[in-house]
Ligand binder design. Structure first.
Ligand code: AMP
Length: 548
C-alpha cells in the first residue's frame, strides 16, 4: 500500500451550501431575521422553515437537477429558497424582475424552470406570458399578510405560508458532489436575449469564505463581523445579492430584508433595526441621501459597499460627511460576483476626507484567492504603474464556467484561459485597480443594463434618421443614462425627438425594452466619429460628449 492511500473509511467532505447553514459559527439560535414590518423570526425558526420548504419541494416532486424559479422582492422567503432549493440538489433560478416580459419568458424557458414561486405583484407579468410557458408544473403564490389574491390564469398550488404550515420541520439533507449546480440567473448582454450564468455549491462556499476573509482583514473600516446588522439593498435576484446573505447567515448576524425598495422604508429600517452593513448601487444611495427623511436619521457607522457601477467622488464625500463608511466593491454576474474591495489601511483612515474619497472610489484590491490582471489584446500583462490601461481578466475558484447552453459566448468569455470582464482599468503599485472605461457596448442605468444596439435599432427605424450611435452618458443620479447621437436626413429636430421618444415608449409598453430606456436623451449632431476601419468610435464619442 502506498503512503498516500487514504483510509478506506476516510470521508471526503464536500463544500456544500448546507455547511454554511449548519456551521457552529452561526450557532446563534436566538438571533433575528426580519422582513419589513411584517415578520420576525429567530435563526432556530429559520432553520425549521428551511426544512419545511425542503419537504414542500420534495412533495411537489422536485428532485436533483430540477430548477426552481423565484420572483420576489428581498425577503426572508427568498433567503429560505437560497438554502432549501440547492440543499436538496435542485437549482435556484433567480428571475430578474426588471427584465421585459419577453426576456422573462425566454429565461424561464431557457433555464427549464419546473416550479415558480411568485410574489403577487408579479402576477400580471406571468398572466401575460402564461400561454407560452411550457415547463412549469407548479406555481406557488407569495403574498404578504391579509392579501386576497386571485388569478384567472395561474393555477396556484397554494400560498407559501399556508403550504409551509402543512410541512414537517425535520428534513435530512443528503451529501452530494460539491460541483453540483446550485444557482442560475441571467445577465443582459450587448444584443440578443439574456445569457445564463451558473454557480456550484463549491463556488458559492468558496466565494463566501474568500469574501469573508477579506472583509475580516481590516479592524476599523470595511469589515463584517458577528455584531453587525445586515440589510441588502442590492436585489436578491442580482448575483445572489452579491453573495452576502450567504455570508451573513454563515456568521449568524441579524439580518433585515426590506421587501420592495422604497427610500423611506429603507431609512426607517436602518434606523429602527440599527443596520450597520449594506451594499447597493450608487443610484440607490444617492436616492437615500436625497430623501428629506435622512436628516433625522443617524447613519454614522453604517458600512456600505457600493458596486455595480462606478462610485463618484461627490457621492462618497456626501456619505462620509454623514459618517457612512462607504467603499467600492467590484464584480459582475459572471463572477459570483465579488472580485475586489477598496478597503483602507489605518494610515489611509487618518487622511482627510478628500484623500480618503480618492481611495474609496477606486475599484479596489483583489479578494483572497482572486487573481486579477490587466492585459492587452495579445493577453500580454500590462505593468502595474497606475497609468497603463488594459482589460481586466480574472481567475478565481468562483467564476462561472461559461454561459448556459451557449458554447460560442462561453469560449469568448474564457478566451486565453482567463475570464474576460470587458472592463478597462489600470493598477497601481500597491495593487489598487481603477476602472477607466468599458469595452462592452452597454449602458448601466441605476444598476441595470440597457443594450445600446437595441436602442439604436429602434431609433434607426425612424424615416428621418440618417445615422445613430447610442452611448452611456454619466449621470449623477442614475450612474449612466443612454445618450443617442443622431444625424438627421431631413425633418424638424423637435418633432423627430418627440417621435423617437414616443416610439421607444411603445417598445417599453410591449415589454420588449427595459423601463430604464425612458431615460433616453437625444442629441442631434452633424456626423458620428468612426474608427480607422469605419466602425462607430464609441470610445471617442464617450469622451467627446461626456460633458453634455
Ligand atoms: P453585472 O453583471 O450586471 O453585475 O455588471 C457587471 C459590470 O458592472 C462590470 O463588468 C462593470 O462594467 C460594472 N461594474 C460593477 N462594479 C463596478 C465598479 N465598482 N466600478 C465600475 N464599474 C463596475
Amino acid at each position: 500500500m502506498s503512503d498516500l492511500t487514504p483510509a478506506s473509511n476516510h470521508f471526503k467532505q464536500q463544500l456544500l451550501i448546507k455547511n454554511l447553514l449548519f456551521t457552529p459559527i452561526a450557532k446563534n439560535d436566538e438571533q433575528e431575521i426580519v422582513y419589513k414590518n411584517n415578520f420576525r423570526m429567530s435563526y432556530k425558526e429559520f432553520k425549521k422553515r428551511v426544512n419545511k420548504l425542503a419537504n414542500l419541494l420534495t412533495k411537489m416532486g422536485v428532485k436533483e437537477g430540477d430548477t426552481v424559479a423565484i420572483m420576489d422582492y428581498d425577503s426572508h422567503r427568498y433567503l429560505e429558497c437560497y438554502f432549501a432549493v440547492p440543499m436538496i440538489g435542485a437549482v435556484l433560478h433567480m428571475i430578474n424582475i426588471r427584465l421585459s416580459h419577453e426576456q422573462i419568458l425566454y429565461t424561464i424557458d431557457h433555464a427549464q424552470d419546473d416550479v415558480l414561486f411568485i410574489n403577487s405583484d408579479f402576477i400580471p407579468i406571468i398572466e401575460q406570458i402564461k400561454g407560452r410557458i411550457d415547463t412549469i408544473n407548479n406555481y406557488v403564490l407569495i403574498a404578504d399578510e391579509n392579501e386576497d389574491i386571485k388569478s384567472k390564469t395561474i393555477p396556484f398550488l397554494g400560498e407559501y405560508e399556508e403550504l409551509l404550515k402543512e410541512q414537517s420541520d425535520e428534513f435530512t439533507f443528503l451529501d452530494f458532489d460539491e460541483n453540483t449546480r446550485a444557482t442560475t440567473f441571467y445577465t443582459t448582454g450587448t444584443t440578443g436575449m439574456p445569457k445564463g450564468v451558473y454557480f456550484s455549491h463549491r463556488q458559492l462556499v468558496m466565494h463566501t469564505l474568500g469574501s469573508l476573509i477579506t472583509l475580516s482583514t481590516h479592524q476599523n473600516q470595511g469589515n463584517f463581523h458577528q455584531n453587525d446588522v445586515y440589510m441588502p439593498i442590492t436585489p436578491m435576484f442580482h448575483v445572489h445579492a452579491w453573495g452576502i446573505p450567504y455570508m451573513a447567515t454563515f456568521l449568524g448576524v441579524k439580518q433585515v430584508y426590506p421587501g420592495k425598495y422604497i427610500p423611506d422604508v429603507l431609512l426607517d429600517l436602518i434606523d429602527r433595526e440599527k443596520v450597520t452593513f449594506s451594499h447597493c448601487v450608487p443610484t440607490i444611495l444617492h436616492m437615500l441621501l436625497n430623501s428629506p427623511k435622512v436628516e433625522n436619521i443617524n447613519l454614522s457607522g453604517w458600512k456600505v459597499i457600493i458596486g455595480g457601477a462606478a462610485l463618484t467622488k461627490a457621492l462618497t464625500i456626501n456619505a462620509l460627511k454623514k459618517g457612512i463608511d462607504i467603499f467600492t466593491g467590484y464584480g459582475m454576474s459572471e463572477t459570483c460576483p465579488i472580485l475586489s474591495l477598496a478597503q483602507l489601511s489605518q494610515k489611509d483612515l487618518e487622511k482627510d476626507i478628500e484623500t480618503q474619497a480618492d481611495i474609496r472610489i477606486k475599484t479596489g484590491r483583489p479578494l483572497a484567492l482572486v487573481e486579477l490582471e490587466i492585459v492587452d489584446e495579445n493577453m500580454d500583462k500590462i505593468p502595474h504603474d497606475g497609468e497603463s490601461t488594459g482589460e481586466i481578466v480574472v481567475r478565481s475558484p468562483w467564476l462561472t464556467e461559461g454561459y448556459l447552453k451557449d458554447q460560442k459566448n462561453s469560449e469568448n468569455l474564457w478566451h486565453g484561459g482567463y475570464l474576460h470582464t470587458g472592463d478597462i482599468a489600470h493598477c497601481d503599485e500597491s495593487g489598487f485597480f481603477k476602472i477607466t472605461d468599458r469595452e462592452k457596448d452597454i449602458i448601466k442605468v441605476g444598476g441595470e443594463w440597457i443594450s445600446s444596439l437595441e436602442l439604436e435599432d429602434i431609433i434607426n427605424q425612424h424615416q428621418s434618421v440618417e445615422e445613430v450611435a447610442v452611448i452611456a452618458l454619466l449621470d449623477e443620479k442614475w450612474g449612466e443614462r443612454p445618450l443617442a447621437l443622431v444625424v438627421l436626413k431631413d425633418g424638424d429636430e423637435k418633432m423627430v425627438e418627440k417621435e423617437i421618444l414616443a416610439h421607444t415608449k411603445e417598445f417599453i409598453k410591449k415589454g420588449i425594452m427595459a423601463r430604464e430606456s425612458m431615460l433616453l436623451k437625444i442629441h442631434f449632431v452633424d456626423s458620428i466619429d468612426k474608427t480607422s476601419v469605419g466602425k462607430i468610435n464609441k470610445k471617442k464619442l464617450r469622451e467627446k460628449y461626456k460633458n453634455l
